[in-house]
Design a protein around this ligand. Structure first.
Ligand code: DX5
Ligand code: ZN
Length: 214
């Protein structure tokens, strides 16, 4: 699959409806929604108050990426707020399985995420228990960082595991994605590319999304 999920983190919040309308007209597949709590990551983004306008103005599925401690307390609320998929960080929890169950019970797709310093092998036991894994290609917390090249071999590793076991699990990549590395990321086995600054920092975001996808 070759999907593009622009990250609303880099949108203009004073004109959010305009940016969402642009996303609606574009070839974007999902809208990536970065929720940061200032504890799991050294930054605070936004929370529930933005879910409603996003659901109202955005026609694309909301792909929620929780960068928070205690995701078990909040995943159901994000599901109720209109998330299409909800992901949280493996390194933020003791046992992801009951939290994945909470999300699945709401009929929402599940995603497990790891930061670049977490061994990619730690995702292997969960590949058949989630709809998607998200490999961070920068340290979670901020848009506009530089892509970490070691991500490429991690994608190939997870892709080969998924193929070997005949799974349908999607691989999403988040951080530093741009027109220079998108094709290589898809070739390595990524299904979904998140892009913040490469889309919203472009003078022509619609074209930028097209370029990333093709
Ligand atoms: C980083 C977020 C990313 C971020 C990506 O913590 O998870 O989704 O918005 O931004 P860019 O594409 O600018 O690296
Ligand atoms: Zn993200």
């Amino acid at each position: 699959m070759k999907l593009i999920a622009p990250s609303v983190l880099s949108a203009d919040f004073a004109h959010l409806a305009d940016d969402l309308e642009m996303i609606n007209r574009s070839e974007a597949d999902w809208l990536h929604v970065d929720v940061m709590d200032g504890t799991f990551v050294p930054n605070i983004s936004f929370g529930f108050p933005l879910m409603e306008p996003m659901r109202k103005y955005c026609t694309k599925p909301l792909d929620v990426h929780l960068m928070i401690v205690h995701p078990e307390k909040y995943v159901e609320r994000f599901c109720d707020a209109g998330a299409w998929s909800v992901g949280f960080h493996l390194e933020a929890v003791d046992d992801p399985l009951p939290i994945l169950d909470l999300i699945r019970a709401k009929g929402v797709r599940t995603c497990l995420t790891i930061n670049p310093d977490i061994a990619v092998e730690r995702l292997v036991p969960y590949l058949d228990k989630v709809d998607m894994v998200l490999l961070m290609s920068v340290f979670a917390g901020f848009g506009g960082q530089k892509f970490i090249p070691e991500t490429m071999s991690k994608i190939r590793f997870i892709r080969s595991e998924i193929e070997r076991r005949g799974l349908q699990t999607l691989i999403e990549i988040d951080g530093g994605v741009n027109a220079d590395n998108a094709a290589e990321l898809f070739r390595a086995g990524a299904d979904v590319l998140v892009a913040g600054s490469a889309v919203f920092g472009s003078p022509d975001p619609i074209q930028a999304i097209h370029t990333l996808k093709n």
